[in-house]
Design a protein around this ligand. Structure first.
Ligand code: G3H
Ligand code: 13P
Ligand code: ZN
Length: 310
């Protein structure tokens, strides 16, 4: 099967009250680990490349590696998605380069400017059969003290979300309800605004919502990093059962990068520490690839709920 868009997989996910995992890819081992997990769990999957990934590996390498992976896994519905595209030009380059889905992230702009550029991306993408994810609202970082007073200013306004989708024609929308990127998501108790998500779901029926910043920062992996010489202190993520609840609602795409980074780094650190005489990169990249596979299998079961849906 060639790369697919996300329309079909989101529709099935919405109706089945689960989500699709969108995992960030930067190199061959990550792609191989994710695809092996998707096969094991018989799950559709979204492989997403950020601008940073394009700069690191090169867009052609990423597309090439994924096309070769598809030869090994022809039965797995797989989308290739641009994560956080910051301009029309980058979205265009990915669309022209074979991506089946792009995100235009105009969340830092005014509502009007975000609408204007998202519309341009949608027009170009739809003409080529590519779907578009957009973003509205600000993902609060640990420094953004989200309280009852400030959350209305930071989180996505449901009425604006409905208006934004109507005006732009975007195919899915990332909203801010309490998640944030990276390993340091909360200084206090984890919090997701389900009421807000519910309201968005009511105003946009049958419409796929996207959750960014959805890593859990599983203590076992942080501890392993630190046990073998790392220094990852005070990290905290979103508990998996909270994400699973969102996936039963209107959330159809759940973005996970940090948990894969932690799993890989823990495996590499452990391998290097326990085999000091080894200097063959395959010696530590093999356990790293296996750690990706295990982590993605775990996410498919515990968070997104997409196992056995092919
Ligand atoms: O949301 C961002 C993703 O985790 C990708 O991160 O820009 O460092 O590749 P990156
Ligand atoms: P995490 O940093 O929580 O893994 O989020 C990843 C993400 O949202 C990629 O777009
Ligand atoms: Zn993101």
């Amino acid at each position: 099967m060639p790369l697919v868009g996300t329309t079909e997989m989101f529709k099935k996910a919405y109706d089945g009250h689960y989500a699709i995992g969108a995992f960030n890819v930067n190199n061959m081992e990550i792609i191989q680990g994710i695809m092996a997990a998707a096969k094991e769990k018989q799950s559709p999957v979204i492989l997403q490349a950020s601008e940073g990934a394009r700069n690191y590996a090169g867009q052609e390498y990423i597309v090439g590696l994924i096309k070769i992976a598809l030869q090994d896994y022809p039965e797995i519905p797989t989308a290739l998605h641009l994560d956080h595209g910051s301009s029309f030009e980058i979205c265009k380059a990915c669309i022209d380069g074979g991506f089946t889905s792009v995100m235009y992230d105009g969340s830092k702009h005014s509502f009007e400017e975000n609408v204007r550029i998202t519309k341009e991306v949608v027009a170009y993408a739809h003409d080529k059969g590519v779907v578009v994810e957009a973003e509205l609202g600000r993902l609060a970082g640990v420094e953004d003290l989200v309280s009852v007073d400030t959350k209305d200013a930071i989180f996505t306004d449901p009425d604006q979300a409905a208006e934004f989708v109507e005006l732009t024609g975007c195919d899915s929308l990332a909203i801010a309800i309490g998640t944030s990127h990276g390993a340091y998501k909360y200084s206090g108790e984890p919090y997701l605004d389900y009421e807000r998500l519910e309201k968005v779901g009511q105003l946009l029926p049958d419409y796929p919502i996207v959750l960014h910043g959805a890593s859990t920062v599983i203590p076992e992996f942080v501890e392993k990093c630190n046990q073998f010489g790392g220094k990852v202190l005070g990290a905290k993520g979103v508990p998996e059962e909270m994400l699973r609840k969102a996936a039963r609602m209107a959330v159809c795409k759940i973005n996970i990068d940090t948990d894969i980074r932690l799993a890989m780094t823990a495996a590499i650190r452990e391998s290097i520490f326990k085999n000091p005489e080894n200097f063959d990169p395959r010696g530590y990249l093999k356990p790293a690839r296996e750690a990706v596979r295990q982590m993605v299998m775990h996410k498919i079961e515990a968070v997104v709920g997409s196992a056995n849906t092919i």
